[in-house]
Design a binder for this molecule. Structure first.
Ligand code: GAR
Length: 219
């Protein structure tokens, strides 16, 4: 069993009040709307955190421009030419150099290797556009739509070395409507992703929590 928040010192429940925002690095590969939702939540004071680095494997990721507009430092570490191990070593170094306590994956479309995950135990979060454990991996909204489920949603979870398999922090459900397309369903889920991600990070930073087996237990 391990306890939050943050220091791995045996933790406490409830945690002591924090006086400074947690330092967060965001990893993204695409448009970055979840990053923007997190950044806005921090700026509004709803999430006691500061995004200090946006890191991408893709130089053309639109999320990078959205970070620069907000004055947040960015780094691009492409996998091409480096290979996964070296790329992830460089990413660990960049995240550590930014003095980061938490890593939030926001549409980072690669599965992190065991070394990266082990570098930040229970401090990496991911948002996935389905109600895990259903529909892990890519194109989760399409998988759910084509399967014919009547309810789908999103999941925020701690990251382990598997593909979308870590302990669940928060989930939000949405209906699948008869006249939906994959695109309209994805848009309905995305709206909830933006709420769920900020809310999950806020909970982890402000409440006592620990992991019991697969369960994230608050309070
Ligand atoms: C989001 O829907 C996110 O849940 C998904 O990629 C999208 C990124 O959008 N992530 C995954 O599918 C990871 N398995 P965004 O760049 O606008 O945040």
């Amino acid at each position: 069993m391990s306890k939050g928040r943050g220091t791995g010192d045996g933790g406490g429940c409830p945690p002591p009040p924090e006086t400074r925002p947690a330092r967060v690095a965001v990893l993204l590969s695409g448009r970055g709307s979840n990053f923007v939702a997190l950044a806005d939540g921090c700026a509004r004071g709803e999430v006691p955190a500061e995004i200090v680095l946006v890191l991408s494997d893709r130089p053309d990721a639109p999320g990078l421009a959205r970070a620069r507009e907000r004055g947040i430092p960015t780094r691009v570490i492409p996998r091409k030419g480096l290979g996964q191990q070296e790329q992830e070593r460089q990413m660990v170094a960049a995240v550590r150099a930014a003095g980061t306590e938490w890593v939030c994956l926001a549409g980072y479309m690669r599965i992190l290797g065991a070394e990266f995950v082990a570098a930040f135990p229970e401090r990496i979060l991911n948002i996935h556009p389905a109600l895990l454990p259903a529909f892990p991996g890519r194109e989760a909204q399409r998988q759910a739509f084509e399967y014919g489920v009547k309810v789908s949603g999103c999941t925020v979870h701690l990251v382990d070395a598997g593909c979308d398999t870590g302990p669940i922090v928060a989930q939000r459900a949405v209906p699948v409507l008869d006249d939906d397309t994959t695109e309209t369903l994805a848009a309905r889920i995305l709206e909830q992703e933006h709420r769920a991600y900020a809310e999950a990070l806020r909970l982890l930073l402000t409440r006592g929590w620990h992991v019991e087996g697969r369960r994230v237990v608050f309070g």
